[in-house]
Design a protein around this ligand. Structure first.
Ligand code: ZN
Ligand code: ZN
Length: 314
């Protein structure tokens, strides 16, 4: 008898299934007891064996609440990298990845997966935090504990816009304009673009060449989550203040402490009755030969920026 065969004999499929059933049956009590994860991790290897033998994982009646258990599990261990095998045990169903995706795009839970992180890298979207950099395709993490309740509505809107005629850039702008001041996710932008990887390049063009104030965590709004984009207002920056490369923009904002250099306004003070945002201004106007270099740029809020240009015109 080989070692492998011995192992297989020891893992009595019926006993394993009973263990999993007990865990799932008493899921909420287990959740409260605090050592749920160690129990789940202990079941992973035998559970995989059970699956290999083609046994039914859990009785059908438990499958309906599979998404709830996956969500409970994530919320119990936020910002912790969870292996897909754990979710297999917790949910008891093979197609748990689909449930995770639904939790993300329809219920608005900020769950990143190794696959979405890989997509972000391929699409050259914004910076990926170091702790997510090495995630494997079968790993997941709940990044924040707050639910984005508009997610389902936005997903439907994205689906409508993607089917309309027009260029990828037009569709992305339309989607952002339908959500002014509110965060949308990289996954939604990708979806609007018909899953074409060019979406991230189009977003950058809208920001740099067309002057739309589309902010992310690294380009102006530190308060935003990873992979979240916001069109801050329905206005384009003045022609002469465009074409600033993103790395220069990030550096100037950082240097100026994310504050208007005239009135010291920062986004923390934002309120609906005074909706401003930060723009970059060329000290020596771009049109008059002023460079797009960080030395020639300063951060201004839109109110001070407008005022400065009005004075300059007089
Ligand atoms: Zn200001
Ligand atoms: Zn200006």
């Amino acid at each position: 008898m080989t070692n492998k065969e011995k192992k297989r004999k020891q893992a009595d499929p019926e006993a394993v299934r009973r263990k999993v059933e007990t865990l799932i049956e008493n899921f909420e009590a287990e959740l409260r007891s605090g050592d749920l994860r160690s129990k789940v991790l202990a079941l992973v290897p035998v559970f995989n064996e059970l699956r290999r033998l083609g046994k039914a994982l859990i009785p059908g009646e438990y499958a309906s609440a599979a998404s709830d258990r996956i969500l409970y599990y994530f919320r119990q261990y936020p910002r912790t990298i969870i292996n897909g095998d754990e979710l297999l045990v917790v949910s008891g169903i093979q197609d748990y990845p689909r449930r995770v995706r639904e939790l993300r795009v329809q219920s608005g839970w900020a769950i990143a997966s190794g696959v979405t992180v890989k997509q972000m890298r391929e699409d050259e979207s914004e910076e990926i935090p170091a702790e997510l950099e090495n995630m494997k395709p079968n790993e997941y993490v709940l990044l924040g504990t707050e639910q984005d309740r508009d997610a389902a509505h936005r997903w439907n809107m994205a689906n409508t816009i993607r089917k309309q005629p027009g260029s990828v850039r037009d569709k992305i702008l339309k989607f952002l304009q339908a959500n002014i001041g509110r965060g949308v996710t990289h996954e939604e932008l990708r979806y609007v673009a018909g899953n074409k990887t060019e979406w991230a390049r189009r977003v950058r063009e809208l920001r740099t060449e067309f002057g739309w104030p589309i902010a992310t965590k690294t380009t102006g709004r530190q308060d935003l989550g990873v992979g979240v984009y916001v069109l801050q207002a329905n206005r384009q920056s003045p022609e002469h203040d465009r074409h600033i490369p993103d790395d220069v923009r990030s550096e100037v904002l950082r240097r100026n402490g994310y504050r208007c250099q005239e009135c010291k306004w920062s986004h923390d003070e934002w309120n609906p009755s005074d909706p401003r945002h930060l723009e970059l201004h060329h000290v020596k106007h771009h049109a008059k030969g002023g460079e797009n270099a960080k030395e020639n740029l300063m951060t201004l809020c839109t109110v001070c920026h407008d005022k400065l240009h009005r004075i300059a015109k007089q």
